[in-house]
Design a protein around this ligand. Structure first.
Ligand SMILES: N[C@@H](CC(=O)c1ccccc1NC=O)C(=O)O
Ligand SMILES: [Zn+2]
Ligand SMILES: [Zn+2]
Length: 206
């Protein structure tokens, strides 16, 4: 079984307040003397389902073209934090964790909002980042737009990730996937200098 856990990039995709909306404009439109359609994209690097590069939250960090792609491919466990308000805690997640999982995808929504922007999404407690890193986790994925609350200026969860060298996926859609372990396939594009990249995120049954 193959599950698509990506949001669809489209003009009405909700984006972070104040950020660039998605557009797709035809540069060439098929017609007399024009044999093809070709388009130009405008989009935030944090549109929909995406991988943050360390440079997003650390001025000395790697940009997305320089990160190790291997971390975005391989076994990942989906864990249940549905209904969490405020922060997803160590107590909520760690008892669910299987042995030796190196990628953890945290589901906070019963149904992730794809038509509206939710300002009040659940954030990740920085202590949970530390606990996951201590267990050997290399990637954390969420079904929210950020690890930190929308209003955060400190970016404590992102900074914990930076300290511990984890990779981040945000904006996943985990609604339709039973809890368990899957093969994750969610490669970022190799965009020079970029702080993030959209991904096509998939889960395959093992
Ligand atoms: N922290 C968010 C993104 C973020 O903070 C952001 C994304 C787009 C436009 C502005 C943003 N933050 C501004 O304070 C993230 O992790 O993707
Ligand atoms: Zn992001
Ligand atoms: Zn982020």
């Amino acid at each position: 079984m193959l599950y698509d856990i990506s949001q669809t990039l489209r003009p009405d995709l909700p984006v972070w307040p104040g950020d660039t909306a998605f557009t797709l404009n035809r540069t060439w439109a098929m017609g007399p003397g024009i044999p093809v359609n070709v388009s130009a994209l405008t989009l935030s690097t944090h549109s929909g389902s995406h991988a943050d590069a360390p440079f997003h939250y650390d001025g000395d960090g790697k940009t997305i073209d320089a990160v190790d792609a291997n971390v975005y491919l391989g076994p990942a466990q989906i864990v249940d934090a549905r209904g969490a308000s405020g922060f997803v805690t160590v107590e909520r997640i760690m008892p669910q964790l299987h042995m030796n999982v190196s990628r953890v995808l945290i589901r906070t929504y019963q149904t992730a909002p794809q038509q509206i922007w939710d300002d009040d999404f659940a954030a990740i407690d920085p202590l949970l980042i530390e606990a996951l890193a201590d267990r050997g986790v290399k990637l954390i994925g969420v079904d929210t737009p950020s690890l930190d609350p929308q209003s955060s200026k400190k970016m404590s969860a992102h900074l914990a990730v930076a300290r511990r060298g984890l990779a981040i996926l945000e904006g996943l859609v985990l609604d339709a996937v039973p809890f368990g372990v899957y093969e994750l396939i969610a490669l970022p594009l190799k965009i020079a200098g970029a702080d993030s990249s959209p991904v096509r995120a998939m889960l395959r049954s093992l």
